[in-house]
Design a protein around this ligand. Structure first.
Ligand code: 13P
Length: 210
């Protein structure tokens, strides 16, 4: 894929997320790895109205080299790239259901959303921890995210929203969408005696689909 193709794909996926309500206003940011650096959405931009040529271009060291001023959450994305060598893209959203789960004080902080459906397990993995609240743009979250990301493809920032990684941009977006749907199911089923996937079924999914 050329850089122009990657820019066009990022803009199209972001617009699709925005159109379907996964992001509102200027919330959320998306980054993708290039052979010689990264693209990230500009700060204060709407995911619904990005322009390919204005995406922020970062070098290998995450320094801004072209395009509009980058998201203030660059270090949130950097934490995932540093912790997960296979990571090719990162999506941060304030999607409603996942953020709602991150506002509940009584969930299991190590893994609040249980394995209800196969696609949540296949896309997000066996575990997604909740990290404590940090002010948006607070660099103190970088080491906390990096530590958690060594063991998890996604984290949920308390009272803020999910951060999801993937091998590719499409993988990361699909995982963020599955996470939002799983959070919705979790909230719908709160208090019900829902049947979960068994540990053996979870391991079967992970060994079959990676
Ligand atoms: P940016 O506009 O700087 O990307 O920040 C948006 C956001 O989602 C903060 O968490």
């Amino acid at each position: 894929m050329t850089e122009d193709d990657t820019r066009a794909l990022l803009v199209a996926l972001a617009a699709s997320l925005f159109a379907r309500g996964f992001s509102v206003g200027s919330a959320g940011n998306i980054s993708v790895r290039l052979p010689d650096g990264f693209l990230i959405t500009p700060t204060n931009s709407s995911l619904g109205h990005l322009q390919p040529a204005r995406l922020s271009r970062l070098d290998d060291g995450f320094h801004h080299v072209a395009g509009d001023k980058p998201s203030k959450e660059v270090f949130m994305h950097r934490a995932f790239y540093a912790a997960r060598p296979e990571c090719g893209a990162v999506v941060h959203l304030h999607s409603t259901m996942a953020t709602a789960v991150g506002c509940l004080p009584d969930v299991n902080p190590d893994n609040p959303i249980p394995p209800l459906t196969p696609y949540f397990v296949m896309r997000v993995g066996r575990r997604m921890p909740v990290l404590r609240y940090y002010r948006p743009g607070d660099p103190a979250m970088e080491p906390a995210i990096a530590a958690a990301a060594r063991e998890a493809r996604a984290v949920l920032l308390a009272n803020h929203g999910p951060v999801v990684s993937g091998r590719t941009l499409t993988d990361a977006v699909y995982a963020a969408e599955e996470l939002e749907e799983a959070a919705k199911l979790f909230l719908l089923l709160r208090g019900a005696d829902a049947r979960l996937l068994s540990p053996a079924q979870v391991e079967d999914l992970l060994s079959t689909f990676g």
